[in-house]
Design a protein around this ligand. Structure first.
Ligand code: GLA
Length: 362
């Protein structure tokens, strides 16, 4: 793996600062204090990733934290159709170029997110557009964006969130209606493969661990797409975790996903403490909820480690430190002190950090 730090004695590095009781995972459910967390990337022999945005590039504290902790950056917005696609099927690469250039200048791997997403591009890709034009513009978009960064991206989320919200079949969207419910996905992968033959191409989705029905639908879809010849090189599980799901559910998803034999990307990990942004009454103490976070995040990291080495593609959090999280930015989704990521605002380890470190050290 490029940019690996020298080998570290993981157990020694991780010992004292957190003041944790090693044999009792729930004992780690305390507010973190003390020095900077040891670099996340020193814990793993696979890439550790986080998202970044153009607005953060001028923040020296954020830059230092990224370079300390991660090997890989996923631009959070800049490679999405809503940022690139302009009226008249014109393209604007100013922000995406900046992110990709910055990542390379810093020696980071750059991961692309995302070429096709049901919720974006809808001003132009409409049901009313004649199908031949729709198809031509669809192909041109995927080929142009993937081709612009040919050889510079380690991978791409080619299609994001293709499975229906509740896991019952595929999502109804304009791309499916115009090009065929699976054909649009195959087509996107083929265009991306031709445009950038070396990037690993991912189908990415969410709630795969949270909703076993959706996880199963997703994996069956991958099998069918592969059978149709789609050049899928890996599967992405966003892992916006619902920390209240039963123990074992995450492990079971990884067992099933691993059986496909493809690399797996934990692509957008976070773990909000509040369900539904706190709109559901929950009388438990913060400590109890933290314990629940630590347990589920630990289960996820352990499940990832049960994969054979060649299937551990990367482990990416959606934001690096708590205040970087979309959950904090999106009003009401999570409070900054609820530790939805591995690092707090000062770059110190949140409680779940130790669970991940322990799992990676095994
Ligand atoms: C989804 C998308 C991401 C991001 C997050 C949260 O998971 O894949 O690009 O938008 O939602 O905002």
């Amino acid at each position: 793996m490029r940019g690996d730090p020298p080998a570290l004695n993981r157990r020694a590095v991780l010992a004292a600062p957190l003041g944790l009781v090693a044999c009792d995972r729930f004992a780690s459910a305390r507010v973190a204090a003390g020095p900077d967390a040891p670099p996340l990337k020193s814990l793993a022999d696979f890439p550790i990733g986080a998202t970044g945005m153009t607005g953060q590039l001028a923040d020296p504290v954020w830059v230092a934290a990224m370079l300390r902790h991660v090997d890989q950056i996923t631009p959070e917005w800049e490679l999405k159709p809503e940022r690139i696609l302009r009226p008249g099927f014109d393209y604007d690469f100013s922000a995406s170029d900046r992110m990709v250039d910055w990542g390379h200048e810093q020696g980071l791997r750059v991961f692309g997110h995302t070429l096709v997403w049901y919720s974006q591009g809808l001003d132009l890709f409409t049901d009313a557009l004649p199908t031949a034009r729709f198809a031509a513009e669809f192909d041109r978009y995927v080929a142009t964006v993937a081709g612009r960064y040919r050889g510079r991206m380690v991978g791409w989320d080619v299609v994001n969130e293709a499975v229906a919200e509740d896991g019952d079949g595929l999502r109804d969207c304009v791309y499916a209606r115009k090009l065929g419910p699976e054909a649009y996905i195959v087509r996107a992968f083929e265009q991306a493969r031709a445009a950038d033959p070396d990037a690993v191409l991912f189908l990415n989705d969410y709630n795969l661990e949270n909703n076993p029905r959706k996880g199963a639908t997703f994996l069956k879809l991958v099998e069918r797409l592969l059978a149709q010849g789609a050049p899928i090189g890996g599967v992405g599980t966003q892992s916006h975790l619902d920390i209240e799901i039963p123990a074992g559910q995450i492990r079971d998803f990884f067992r099933d996903a691993g059986s496909l034999g493809l690399p797996i990307h934990v692509s957008e990990l976070d773990f909000p403490m509040e369900r539904d942004g706190g709109r559901r009454p929950d009388l438990r103490s913060t400590a109890a909820k933290r314990a629940q976070q630590v347990a589920r995040v630990g289960e996820l990291a352990e499940a990832f480690m049960t994969l054979p080495e060649h299937q551990r593609y990367a482990f990416t959090t959606w934001g690096l430190r708590d205040p970087d999280s979309w959950l904090v930015r999106a009003e009401g989704k999570n409070r900054p002190d609820e530790s939805a990521l591995l690092l707090d605002a000062e770059g110190r380890p949140n409680p779940a950090y130790q669970a991940v470190a322990d799992a990676f050290a095994r």
